[in-house]
Ligand binder design. Structure first.
Ligand SMILES: C[S@@+](CC[C@H](N)C(=O)[O-])C[C@H]1O[C@@H](n2cnc3c(N)ncnc32)[C@H](O)[C@@H]1O
Length: 332
């Protein structure tokens, strides 16, 4: 086997080709929690610039190991397990997230030793293990919706000698029995921020979640929980949690197209986005939860690509589907 220290050096260097240098606490965690201990033998690599392919540890162990220590996401399940990974065609339903994205989210979350952390989306267990390293294993609760994925993660974590509190269930409900939390780390993109997460947090707690909004390819929201039981925050990072092709699915409308052409190159996409509602959103001060109300058709006209910015207000993403938190007035 190639030397683990060298592989970790390569992974950190590759991460830093796509983002700023990793904060030292997070880098220490990444070096202390070897990713290969959490990655299943068969993975699918699907990147924009080449056709998807699978790597099998049993037949190509060196390539598998080298692939684990890149900045790449490793897809571990298709269509909730209904499609074999080797078919390479389906909706990605579980993965070991891209290390650069993991670093982004952990830096935003900033878990400290002793913080009680709720993770939504245990997946392989790798990020749960990183949270154990950062906050202490007794403080980490991780919930996974898919029982078989949860079982595999439990085995991975136990083999590494880690015992976070693992739950199989819908992370949207949080884990009330383990509340209150200081940090909520979400590793699957949501279209709404479930109020249970806010409710189960302490004052000043931080919630970091990828959002699937329909503009761009996944954006990370960082919210801080306020004394009145609400949370506010803004978009802080970009994270690739959803491919453009799934945009329409997210809005249940196969005719919906993003406000840019898929075949443009990335720079052009970004410049289009710069002029969009999205760039307005990023520049706004922290936004209260009431702004996350489900938009009416008038507020979110067809063709607006999922987000509509008008008169200083943003429509198109939600905290509680159709029900703004009662502490805030309804959208005006
Ligand atoms: C990107 S993967 C998680 C990556 C993981 N943190 C890791 O290190 O391997 C997202 C996971 O979220 C899970 N998931 C999706 N919806 C969920 C829900 N409502 N509640 C809990 N887990 C969910 C998926 O089954 C999947 O395993």
């Amino acid at each position: 086997m190639t030397d683990l220290g060298q592989l970790l050096d390569v992974m950190i260097a590759r991460i830093e080709t796509v983002r700023a240098p990793v904060e030292s606490r997070i880098e220490r965690a990444l070096r202390s929690v070897p990713r290969h201990e959490y990655v299943p033998p068969l993975v699918l690599i699907a990147e924009d610039d080449r056709p998807p392919f699978v790597i099998d540890r049993d037949t190509d162990p060196d390539r598998w190991l080298r692939s684990v220590y890149t900045e790449t996401a490793l897809v571990t399940q298709l269509d909730d397990g209904a499609t074999d990974l080797r078919d390479m065609d389906g909706s990605y339903s579980s993965s070991s997230s891209a290390p650069a994205t993991v670093a982004d989210l952990l830096e935003l979350l900033d878990p400290r030793p002793g913080d009680r952390v709720l993770e939504v989306g245990t997946g392989t267990g790798w990020t749960a293990a990183l949270l154990c390293h950062l906050a202490g294993e007794q403080n980490v609760t991780s919930v996974e919706v898919d029982p078989s994925i949860g079982e595999a993660a439990a085995k991975n974590l136990a083999a590494a000698g880690l015992r976070p509190h693992l739950v199989v269930g819908d992370g949207a409900e949080g884990v009330a029995g383990r509340a209150p939390f200081d940090r909520v780390h979400v590793t699957c993109a949501v279209r709404t921020v479930p109020y249970a997460w806010v409710e189960q947090c302490r004052l000043g707690a931080v919630i970091v979640t990828p959002m699937r909004m329909g503009v761009g390819d996944g954006h990370v929201l960082r919210l801080v929980v306020l004394p009145d039981g609400t949370a506010q925050g803004g978009f802080r990072e970009y994270a690739s949690y959803m491919s453009y092709s799934r945009l329409a699915d997210a809005y249940d409308d196969p005719a919906l197209r993003p406000p840019w052409d898929d075949d443009r190159d990335e720079d052009e996409e970004m410049s289009t986005l710069e002029a969009s509602a999205w760039s307005e959103m990023r520049n706004l001060p922290p936004m209260p939860a009431a702004w996350f109300a489900e938009p009416t058709p008038a507020e979110l006209p067809p063709g607006s690509g999922g987000v509509h910015y008008a008169a200083g207000r943003i429509y198109g993403w939600v905290a509680q589907r159709g029900v703004p938190h009662e502490a805030f007035p309804a959208a005006t």
